[in-house]
Design a protein around this ligand. Sequence first.
Ligand SMILES: *Cc1c(COP(=O)(O)O)cnc(C)c1O
Length: 414
Amino acid sequence: MKRDPNNAIHAAINPRATLNRIGQGRHFLQIPGPSNVPDRVLRAIDFPTIDHRGPEFQQLGRRILEAIKPIFGTTQPVMIYAASGTGAWEAALVNTLNAGDQVLMVETGHFATLWKKLAEKLGLKTEFIPGDWRHGVDCRQLESRLKEDPTHSIKAVCVVHNETSTGVLSDIAAVRRAIDAAHHPALLMVDTISSVGSVEFRHDEWGVDVTIGSSQKGMMLPPGISFNAVSEKAIAASHQSTLPKAYWGWEEMLVANRSGFFPTTPATNLLYGLAEALDMMFEEGLPNIYARHQRHAEATRRAVRAWGLEILCQNPAEYSPVLTAAVMPKRSDGQHFDADAFRQLVLERFNMSLGMGLAKLQGWVFRIGHLGDFNDLSLIGTLGGVEMGLAAAGIPHQKGGVQAAIDYLAEQAR
Ligand SMILES: *Cc1c(COP(=O)(O)O)cnc(C)c1O
């Protein structure tokens, strides 16, 4: 397809114009976050910004700060920052720990690696339980490492619930059992940035001390706000914590939140969107949302297998409900077909964005996001784009992936 040069100049000023580059119809944003934002949420955001110290805002603040709790499976406070998920990662660490504290992390993939680097920049001593980027948290290894720490110098265990780079979901209840079996008092911090809102999470029941979430993946919102759900133990730790913190400080936030307000200017319009997204989630029902994600993930895996491609996640018990990472087949020279050239073709011909392979997965893995505002027909469109892309790019595969997904979804709809 030829590019219109005027469109390209306009696009340089207005990036939204690029979305209209390929004819009409919706762009399919099938990366595992940001995810597609439903029209209802977009309309809710499109409303005049109000005084964040006034009575109208107070009503909104009180409502969302209460309504967000069941999404995390908690009755404790959930704090909302005007920041991407990375900000909430930082907030979790600086509020609870001291300079030089030891934290034990698990190398599930790229996001676990980024969180570790962030912790190091804050002056924490990090340790990785190594992983192959194809499995979740190994709880036996975690338990034995904690048992080797009788003086309790490890202050926190940090794990990623849904590793977005690999499509692997870890069992957080099992992580809690491993910590308890080692009789270790470390805080448990869990990154649910790509799972919260799409996958069941039980902050209180699983004894999680800080749960980190973000708006732009399962919560159906644009990027820009992120969350810290906390336990009483985490709040107690925050009273002793000496790592420097200013903007991220929990104390000012918790005090202001008690009356529905925020210590600094909140992302008011995103909070309108959050209120609407929460309404939508409760209308659908949380168990139905979680079941829908499982169904779409299973349909996607059936398609990937029918194409003859390999799923990156190697343990079926750990398949992610929100995304599927697929491995490109190998050429006769033993190299993988180029995943990024394939994604580029799908973008240009079919107006669909697929997730790239991150870090060491780049070039040979691509990711299909099936999360957030998503239904059976959006999935069939998504898989149709992948199957047409495989054919157009000349990548060896078997036909029938979309059909396998259709068969499964039709059977489930009965
Ligand atoms: C997206 C993501 C992040 C990074 O969040 P930002 O909003 O980009 O700062 C961290 N962890 C996981 C698991 C993610 O999926």
